[in-house]
Design a protein around this ligand. Structure first.
Ligand code: HEM
Ligand SMILES: *[C@@H]1O[C@H](CO)[C@@H](O)[C@H](O)[C@H]1NC(C)=O
Ligand SMILES: *[C@@H]1O[C@H](CO)[C@@H](O)[C@H](O)[C@H]1NC(C)=O
Length: 340
């Protein structure tokens, strides 16, 4: 009898050691336990962005898609397995998510330095912070809180339920953000992330037939032309990053605004939006409600204000907690929960 009780006690202790509650988040959380970890992350992100700026956009999207679903717990990074074939990344709403390999590389470098100490959830936040900073030439910047644990659960149905769809109306977008305690202003601020990156034509299909008050007909024609070129091609989210040839044919007046360095993170999204030159219905919808439209004008008028408010909103995203009472761990590999 005593033996059994002791055995149970040991088992409980072991379980407690591998799955814990998240502690308070703080800046410099790994200063003692893994000195220099943020520099390791930054080095890898800088190298990846230098090779391909698209990986930066992917990281900026990941902070949203991780944190809006079960909080920032790296649940979006879990691969499907025979036990759990329907992880978040298999959800249709997560189409196009990328940078998983980059996060694997960073995690492996961090594990070499301090095994079992730094969560994938924190690595994702550090990496997204660095990406936003690098894509904006340092204008978007903030100190990253850390101390998150990696979650044990990941379900496509939850991603599908919690993340906004590009076909949403303004009322649906506001409601979706409100559920996570985000305001109309923050909806407008965070949507500005669509200054960078790409989208699939399937995510903007309805825009190809939307009326002229919703999308500049010349831009609609440009998108329709590109989207006819394959089963589901991708297009830049920001017209500024379009091919010169396509723009010369459809909107020659825009040619001088094209940039040599693509995927620059700034307030150009708001200028594009007011000109009805944005990809998603959800982008255009921001003009259909008084308060949201006011903020679109505000951020079009003041890029510095957007840089600052976007930084603050990313910090707020990064604080979204796991569901109350959830257990977590420090994963060995970001794609899989540890074996217990
Ligand atoms: C407001 C509601 C939002 C909707 C409906 C939405 C929808 C979308 C869609 C449909 C795509 C393209 C996916 C594809 O077809 O491949 C996309 C891309 C992207 N989104 Fe959003 N999004 C929203 C908010 C956000 C937020 C809050 C952020 C980050 C703070 C964000 C960052 C991005 C980025 C960076 C990309 C490009 C990703 C890449 O190129 O890899 N979005 N979004
Ligand atoms: C939003 O705020 C309410 C009230 O403060 C709180 O109970 C709830 O947990 C918050 N939701 C999220 C997702 O943070
Ligand atoms: C733009 O926003 C910044 C940051 O809040 C502020 O300091 C500046 O005065 C604003 N500029 C204008 C022209 O309003």
């Amino acid at each position: 009898m005593m033996r059994t009780v002791a055995a149970v006690a040991v088992a409980v202790l072991l379980a407690a050691a591998v799955a814990a509650e998240a502690s308070e988040l703080k800046v410099g959380y790994y200063d003692k336990s893994c000195r220099g970890v943020e520099n390791v992350v930054k080095w890898h992100v800088a190298r990846a962005i230098k090779a391909n700026r698209k990986s930066g956009a992917a990281l900026v999207r990941l902070i949203f898609h991780d944190c809006f679903v079960r909080g920032c717990d790296a649940s979006v990074l879990l691969d499907p397995t025979p036990e759990n074939p329907d992880t978040e990344k298999t959800a249709p709403i997560n189409i196009g998510l990328a940078a998983f390999d980059l996060l694997d590389d960073i995690k492996s470098a961090v594990e070499d330095r301090c095994p079992g100490v730094v969560s994938c959830a924190d690595i994702l936040i550090f990496a997204a912070r660095d990406a936003a900073s690098l894509l904006s030439n340092g204008h978007v910047h903030f100190d990253a809180l850390a101390g998150r644990l990696d979650g044990m659960h990941s379900h496509a149905a939850e991603a599908q339920q919690d993340l906004p769809d590009s076909t949403f109306t303004i009322a649906e977008l506001i409601q979706n953000f409100k559920r996570k305690n985000f305001t109309i202003e923050e909806l407008v601020i965070l949507s500005g992330a669509h200054a960078v990156g790409v989208g699939h034509c399937s995510s903007l299909r309805a825009r190809l037939t939307a009326p002229a008050d919703q999308i500049l007909p010349a831009y609609r024609g440009l998108l329709a032309g590109k989207c006819a070129k394959g089963p589901d091609p991708i297009v830049p989210n920001n017209i500024r990053d379009e091919d010169a040839g396509a723009v010369a044919a459809a909107i020659p007046g825009f040619l001088p605004k094209l940039r040599k360095v693509k995927d620059f993170l700034d307030n150009s999204y708001y200028h594009n939006n007011l000109a009805r030159i944005v990809t998603f219905n959800s982008d255009w919808q921001l003009l259909t409600e008084k308060e949201a439209r006011g903020h679109v004008h505000e951020y079009a008028d003041n890029g510095t204000l957007w840089d600052e408010d976007f930084s603050d909103s990313l910090v707020k995203l990064s604080k979204l907690p796991m569901p109350h009472g959830s257990k977590g761990e420090i994963r060995k590999m970001c794609r899989f929960v540890n074996h217990h």
